[in-house]
Design a protein around this ligand. Sequence first.
Ligand code: AGP
Length: 610
Amino acid sequence: MCGIIAYSGAQQALPILLNGLKQLEYRGYDSAGICINHRKRLKIARSAGKLAALEGILPDAMKGQCGIGHTRWATHGAPTEQNAHPHTDAAGSLALVHNGIIENTDQLRALLVEKDIEFRSETDTELLAHLLSLLMTEQQLNLVDAVRQMAAQLVGTYGIAVTSVAAPDEIVLARNGSPVIIGIGENEMLAASDKAALSRYTRDIVHLDDGEIALLTPQGFEVTTLDATVKTKPTTKLTGPIESYEKDGHPHFLYKEIVDQPETVSRTIGGRLDHQFNTAKLGGLNLEPRELLGVKRIKILGCGSALYAGMAGAQMIESLSRVPADAEAAAEFRYRNPVIERDTIYIVVSQSGETFDTLAATREIQRKGGFVLGIVNSVGSTIAREVNGGIYMHAGPEVSVASTKAYTSMLMVFKLFALMLGRTRDISPQRGAVLLESIQGMPDKINEVLTLESRIAEIAGQYCGVQSAFFVGRTTAWPVALEGAQKLKEISYIHAEAYPASELKHGPLALVTEQTPCIVIVPDDELLAKSIGTIEEIRARNAPVIVITDAQDPRINTLATHVINTPPTETLLQGVVSGVALQLFAYHSAVALGRDVDQPRNLAKSVTVE
Ligand code: AGP
């Protein structure tokens, strides 16, 4: 998704802006641009395509100590140079970059057409540049007041950074729904849509909230509201290593994130296993044991892979605590005017903590008086800041667009939460001890799955030429099937569908032929015989069957075309090990097809628009 970087200070802005944009590349983008404000002139360079293309067209002299930069993920208009940000007003006196989507563009365009303004792009952002310019000239407003006036007229979401020749060392920021973070340096100030772009330059950051405007100069910043009230903002300290996104010798970020999972899972569960009471310790929930005891229902909300992790989480919670639980797509939930219940805990799940639909669902629940817990990876993200309580995943920054280690950590957090809730109710200390042991053993199990890589790669190579694949599983294997299909389609572009095993014969079986490999996930559980029946059903249609299983039943070897034997795992965690095997399958399919695995077409890492 789009990325913003801004700088004003004592150093040359260009290298800082370019480096910031590099740190934002992982979010997915299709064009980029930079503006340097120097000696009453705005020097602008923009290009379609990747940053390398922008660097290739930069003029020799792009000196200046104040500027803004942007990576654009097309929403209004194609990914061309004309539509790339920054956009300027007609006189070229100010330049603006924008994340988000403005909804009242018709109204704004009509107003500007009346003033005979001609447009040079198809973007909503260009309208903002003209509108600001009008406010500054017609009403004699300074930049910050003009941005405030403009913000009051906007409907939609925005994170904005503007620079103007009228105030060559000032940058004005505004936020509504799209993250904007200020970075405080010494005699320099920065801003970005993602702290990853700031962490190399400062450890002190300030999150802008919706409805806030900030004025940056090299000496400091001031935050005001739409009604010009000055706000005191808390500074957050960035901790941990500088978030520098390196592949560490691996061919892709995705591969690094897959093989890092024994380590990331260790971090997720680290310090959270309570061997005294055989439960999980989860600080930050902001719920007393008594309140946990009163919970009547758990509702989980997320998007994409986070939703699939939520579906698996709902099964874990219901199975271990006997509290009814289910998961739903965050956007569907918020738009169907849901009933919010006092005794329900709403759990929102998000790697980025910025997914617009998940954030909007959070706000809708809270507006109606509901209690929201967040399971979030990105520390200090908007969802993490707005929920009533939460559990961080501690998986570390996830760079590749396709979620792998964050998805796995989501499952682990759900397992910890389910154990803790279960121990307030149904689960005995003895069973708790067994469950704790299985959680503790997960990094080793993942390591075992990683040793299967060459075999998985071989099978992936054999089938990567197919048009379509099916992923099938029952109960606990059903969310895994959904995630396996999701991984394959998003990075290899092979059409993939997931079905609960029992649903095959209600329609999709019509499409099962020798051309459609079916990946069947078979946990060693009480439904094993039924899962074997599913394999038979598919084999009868001559489709190749790839079975991923921790069961040792000889019938599987006889029936299946290929068997990937994962280590025996407690049923509710089986999705973690088979999930890793499916990640490797998708990865090697995509590599064999020569795809851009880290930045698949049309997708963005952090979906901050509706
Ligand atoms: C995962 O591979 C996807 N790219 C996507 O579905 C993602 O899980 C979804 O957009 C939710 O993101 P979040 O976890 O940052 O909220």
